[in-house]
Write a protein that binds this ligand. Structure first.
Ligand code: 1HE
Length: 269
């Protein structure tokens, strides 16, 4: 899984559990603690926040992936033992803050999933904008069996992806979903063969980075909010976002290219 394409390392002062590199307009963040199955400790969560708030100029998309056999085993359970209630609330708040920087950050994020995507690992994946799953992927919320509860925004993001009933089932029964089931349910929108996720994710991230920035802004910032609005407000917000995007010189230039028959056509799948 290690990215060996030789992009420049990004020096953002991240903990050793994370590695950041740049390839053209794509910043690549790797969960790099395979010995612990990329379990997310406090340092990793703070590092994720640092990464997403320190992206250098010229980055148009992020690719997030994990090293080793699994994307992430979720919360580092070894850190849980000593916390009281107040510390638990603060801990969850740090996850919320970090993952908010992913969902509502500067640029869209493509997550490449493989192996275990469980607990907080699934919450992390749910914060991304596009998910590519290798066929080795499996999803679970083992919080129920550990006597704890999701704390990384899962209650908010996962029901919007798969529905409250499925999330309840996962938490109450410890049910595991396969990559194929996850694809049907909407946990991923791309399903690829083992070992092919990174290349597919990078291809998608490159494509996203080539979009007009205002379009990406509208998709990231306006769309999820419009989807939560009452329809009347939603139509109004959509009209505003649409007008802002189309008035941009970038849009004018792209439309001119299409009308001059120099832009690619939409292709069949
Ligand atoms: C860990 C963790 C972890 C592995 N925290 N150390 N998440 C879970 O309940 C999932 C717990 N993990 C597992 O079920 C399995 O480890 C896996 C299915 C992910 C992988 O299995 P496997 O056989 O490849 O690895 P392993 O032998 O179980 O683990 C390798 C090492 O990683 C081992 O440490 P070692 O020092 O003995 O080598 C494990 O202890 C360690 N490890 N997972 C700490 N999670 C914001 S709230 C979110 C709440 C949650 O995320 S709850 C879900 C927690």
């Amino acid at each position: 899984m290690k990215n060996d394409r030789g992009p420049g390392a990004l020096d953002l002062g991240l903990p050793t559990s994370l590695a950041a590199e740049r390839q053209g307009a794509v910043a690549i963040l790797r969960l790099a603690r395979p010995g612990k199955r990329n379990a997310l400790d406090d340092a990793s969560i703070l590092g994720i926040e640092t990464f997403f708030t320190s992206l250098p100029e010229g980055i148009g998309a992020v690719l997030l992936h994990g090293e080793g056999e699994h994307f992430s085993a979720g919360l580092d359970l070894s850190e849980l033992q000593e916390r009281d209630v107040a510390q638990g609330i603060a801990h969850s708040g740090r996850w919320h803050r970090a993952f908010e920087k992913i969902q509502f950050g500067k640029v869209p994020v493509v997550a490449v999933l493989h192996g275990a995507v469980v607990g907080g690992g699934l919450e992390l994946a749910a914060s991304a904008h596009v998910r590519v799953a290798e066929r080795s992927t499996y999803y679970a919320l083992p919080e129920g069996s550990r006597g704890i509860y999701v704390g990384g925004g899962g209650s908010v993001r996962l029901p919007r992806l798969i529905g409250v009933a499925r999330m309840m089932d996962m938490m109450l029964t410890g049910r595991t979903y396969s990559a194929e089931e996850g694809q049907i349910m909407g946990l991923s929108t791309y399903l690829v063969e083992p070992g092919k996720g990174f290349a597919k994710g990078l291809e998608l991230a490159d494509r996203i980075a080539g979009n007009a920035p205002l379009t990406n802004f509208g998709v990231m910032q306006a769309l999820p909010r419009i989807a939560e609005m009452d329809p009347v407000s939603g139509y109004e917000m959509e009209a505003l976002m649409s007008a802002i995007a189309q008035a941009d010189p970038e849009a004018k230039a792209r439309l001119k290219e299409f009308l001059a028959k120099r832009a690619p056509k939409v292709t069949r799948p």
